[in-house]
Design a protein around this ligand. Structure first.
Ligand SMILES: Cc1cc2nc3c(=O)[nH]c(=O)nc-3n(C[C@H](O)[C@H](O)[C@H](O)COP(=O)(O)OP(=O)(O)OC[C@H]3O[C@@H](n4cnc5c(N)ncnc54)[C@H](O)[C@@H]3O)c2cc1C
Length: 253
C-alpha cells in the first residue's frame, strides 16, 4: 500500500452495496471480499463525446468516421484526435486511439493536406508514455496483455518492485516486437528504429546502452536485464559499452 492506494490484483468489482438511503456503503469483489467505502470511482475507458453530431450529415459510429487523410464523408471537413474514428486503421492499430501523440500526428497530417500537400495518416509504431504517481511508464510497439503464442518476452524487475523492463520478441525468428518500461526511461528514436528494422533481440540486448535515457548519475539496469536473459536461456551474452549521445546519433544516422 502506497500513496493511499491498496491495489487488489486478480479480482473484479462484483457489486456495489447501498446503505438505507441508497448511497454506496461497500463494494463486493469477485473473490467474495466486502470493502467498506463511501465513494466508488469507475474508470471505464474513453469514448468520443459526439452525441451532438448524431442526426447530422456527418457520418459517425463510435467516433467521427474518417478516411486515410482524416477527411469525413463531407469533402473538406476533417476530424482528428480523440473524436476521430478511422474507417480503415492500419494493421494492428485501433480505429480510435485517444492519446496525445495520436492527436498531434493527426494534426500534422491534416495541416499538410490543407496546405496543399495531400497526406495520409501514418501513425508508425505505437508508442505512449505516462506517469502513475511517481512511476514513469513507456511502451513502444506490441506489448499485449494476452500475448499470442509466437510472442515471448525477456523481463527484469528491480527488487524494490518499482522498476521493470520487458522486451517482447517474436519467438519464431527472434526479432523485437515491443518494449514496456516502468520507472526506467528509454530513447523513443532508438526503440522505434529497432522495431522498424525488426532487429534481433540479442542485438538489442547487447546495445541497450544506446536506448538508456535516464539522466546522468541514475543507476543503469542494462546489465541486470542481460543477466536475466542469460539466466533464462543459459547463454553468455555480453553488453557492448556503447552509450552516450555521439554513439546514439551515429546509430540513428
Ligand atoms: C486524465 C487524463 C490523462 C491523460 N493522460 C494521457 C497521457 O499520459 N498520455 C497521452 O498520450 N494521453 C493522455 N490523455 C489523453 C489526451 O489528453 C488526449 O488524447 C488528447 O488531449 C486529445 O486531444 P484532442 O485535441 O483530440 O481533444 P481535447 O484535448 O479533449 O480537446 C478538445 C477541445 O474541444 C473543446 N470542445 C469540446 N466540445 C466543444 C464544442 N462543442 N465547441 C467548442 N469546443 C469544444 C474542449 O473544451 C477541448 O478544449 C489523458 C487524458 C485524460 C483525460
Amino acid at each position: 500500500m502506497e500513496h493511499g492506494i491498496d491495489l487488489r490484483l486478480n479480482t473484479e468489482l462484483k457489486a456495489i452495496l447501498p446503505d438505507n438511503q441508497g448511497k454506496c456503503r461497500a463494494v463486493v469483489t469477485s473473490s467474495g471480499e466486502t470493502i467498506e467505502c463511501g465513494f466508488v470511482g469507475l474508470t471505464a475507458g474513453v469514448r468520443p463525446n459526439i452525441a451532438f453530431l448524431k442526426n447530422t450529415a456527418l457520418e459517425t459510429n463510435l467516433g467521427i468516421l474518417v478516411n486515410e487523410q482524416l477527411e469525413t464523408n463531407l469533402p473538406g471537413v476533417y476530424a482528428i484526435g480523440d473524436c476521430a474514428e478511422l474507417r480503415n486503421p492500419p494493421a494492428g492499430r485501433k480505429p480510435i486511439e485517444a492519446v496525445w501523440y495520436t492527436g498531434r500526428m493527426m494534426g500534422e497530417t491534416v495541416a499538410n493536406t490543407i496546405c496543399g500537400k495531400p497526406t495520409s495518416y501514418q501513425p508508425g509504431i505505437w508508442f505512449n508514455s505516462a506517469k502513475f504517481l511517481d512511476i514513469e511508464y513507456q511502451v513502444y510497439g506490441e506489448v499485449q496483455a494476452r500475448a499470442p503464442e509466437h510472442h515471448s518476452a525477456v523481463y527484469w524487475e528491480h527488487p524494490d518492485g518499482k522498476k521493470s523492463i520487458r522486451i517482447v520478441y517474436n519467438s519464431q525468428d527472434g526479432h523485437v516486437l515491443g518494449f514496456n518500461l516502468m520507472g526506467v526511461r528509454y530513447r523513443h528514436e532508438v526503440c522505434d528504429k529497432w522495431l522498424r528494422d525488426k532487429t534481433p533481440l540479442e542485438t538489442v540486448l547487447q546495445n541497450l546502452g544506446l536506448a538508456n535515457f535516464d539522466p546522468e548519475f541514475y543507476p543503469q539496469h542494462e546489465e541486470e536485464l542481460v543477466a536475466a536473459y542469460n539466466q533464462q536461456t543459459g547463454k553468455n551474452l555480453q553488453l557492448k559499452q556503447k552509450r552516450g549521445l555521439p554513439a546514439v546519433l551515429q546509430f540513428l544516422r
